[in-house]
Design a protein around this ligand. Structure first.
Ligand SMILES: [Zn+2]
Length: 415
């Protein structure tokens, strides 16, 4: 067994064990806190709602543990188990080995197999867990229609990108990764631009916001924040789920504000205004651009590493593959990268939570912090989000700070 194989196995074992350990801690912490609403929320959240949030969190966490095991096993089957080599050999009987068609067939079959393995988990999450806690509103027909549309959209967007990558790898010599990076940036920007204006309409319907009181509140908030938008829209989020949300889309002059119908039906207009002020905070502090710059920087580093690995025999052999090539290198690299980047997860989560605090501070300045606190409490209650996450699990994964910390800061901001 080669040194790289041992390194890969050790990293996979560490990552999987850490994920399971964190999930186990989280489920236990939530279970222990199930029978008492934290004092700060005792006036606003009932014991029944608190118990429901605990049960919902534990159910999702346990499913996540099974998924972690399943994805680690699949990774082993594909690599050291010989799955990728088998697929490559099988396609070599259909397409010329090493050609574009062979490479694309290999990549597509890996994506299809991985999605098929994920499918039962996704079905269970939607039709067992979400349904049991009263959140799911999808029929099986809608679920599979969505799946078909997502597959079509994925093929439409990703097949040309994959072809482009394979072509650059074949034609551009040792600096191909630099060209690939530029292509990747152009592609992501185009998707960022097209998704909210075009593709999202395949999945949801948008209507102009009718409510006059809410409109005028939002318009005066936008004026106060010096923000111009291309319209206020309501999206039929209730078509799929009872979870509520608000978001912003678009760049430059094409900015649109979208509120889920589930948010409007639950929150009072001042609370919606405060939630929107938080979203405006993300915009005004350039969080989207900052995150994108970080992702682009990281992808440059990733592609540079791939550019080096692609010529190393030990990289393929250490992962159970004899047939070297550009498509195989791409598949192997993107398959094993998460195993090695897992330690970066808490840093990314910390960065995201800092942005949430900044957006809350902005909301406290431009709207009423009390309204945002009220809105958060309602959203936590109605989404059955736990108020008592395990601190370590939260530090590792949570993109949003725990409710108690956010609310404490908002209350402090008012004084
Ligand atoms: Zn936010």
């Amino acid at each position: 067994m080669s040194g790289f194989t041992l390194l890969f196995l050790a990293a996979l074992a560490c990552t999987t064990a850490t994920r399971l350990w964190l999930a186990g801690r989280h489920a236990r912490h939530v279970a222990v806190s199930r029978e008492a609403v934290p004092a700060e929320f005792s006036g606003s959240i009932s014991l029944e709602a608190h118990r429901k949030a605990a049960n919902y969190t534990i159910a999702k966490t346990k499913l996540g543990m099974v998924e972690t095991l399943s994805s680690s096993a699949l990774l082993l089957v594909f690599t050291l188990g010989g799955g990728l080599q088998w697929l490559s050999d099988a396609w070599a009987g259909v397409f010329a080995p090493g050609g574009y068609a062979h490479g694309i067939a290999l990549i597509v079959s890996v994506v299809v197999i991985s999605s098929a393995v994920d499918l039962p988990f996704s079905l269970y999450r939607t039709f067992a867990i979400e349904a049991r806690f009263g959140f799911n509103r999808m029929s099986l027909a809608l679920y599979f229609a969505d799946l078909a549309k997502q597959a079509a959209l994925g093929a439409l967007l990703l097949l040309p990108l994959v072809f482009c990558f394979l072509w650059l790898m074949a034609k551009m010599g040792s600096a191909w990764w630099l060209y690939a990076w530029a292509t990747w940036i152009a592609f992501s920007l185009a998707v960022q631009f097209l998704y909210p204006t075009l593709f999202v309409r395949w999945f949801n319907k948008f209507a102009p916001l009718e409510d006059a009181e809410l409109r005028s509140r939002i318009e005066s908030l936008l004026a106060k924040c010096g923000f111009r938008s291309q319209g206020l829209f309501v999206m039929d989020g209730s078509k799929r789920s009872n979870h509520g949300n608000a978001y912003f889309t678009g760049f430059g002059a094409a900015k649109r504000i979208v509120l889920f119908d589930t948010l409007i039906s639950r929150l009072a207009p001042p609370e919606i205004e405060a939630v929107l002020a938080h979203e405006l905070g993300h915009f005004s502090r350039h969080h989207v651009w900052k995150r994108m710059a970080l992702v682009f920087g990281a992808s440059l580093a990733f592609l540079w590493v791939l550019g080096w690995l692609i010529g190393q025999d030990w990289f393929y052999a250490g992962l159970g593959v004899q047939t070297q090539g550009t498509a195989m290198a791409l598949v192997l690299f993107f398959m094993i990268a998460p195993v090695f980047t897992f330690p970066l997860q808490p840093i990314a989560s910390l960065y995201s939570r800092r942005h949430e605090f900044e957006a809350d501070a902005y909301a406290a300045r431009h709207a009423d912090a009390r309204d945002l606190v009220q809105a958060l409490v309602k959203l936590y209650r109605d989404n059955a989000s736990t108020l008592t996450p395990d601190p370590l699990h939260s530090a590792f994964y949570d993109s949003h700070p725990p409710a108690m910390l956010r609310i404490a800061r908002l209350q402090a901001a008012r004084q």
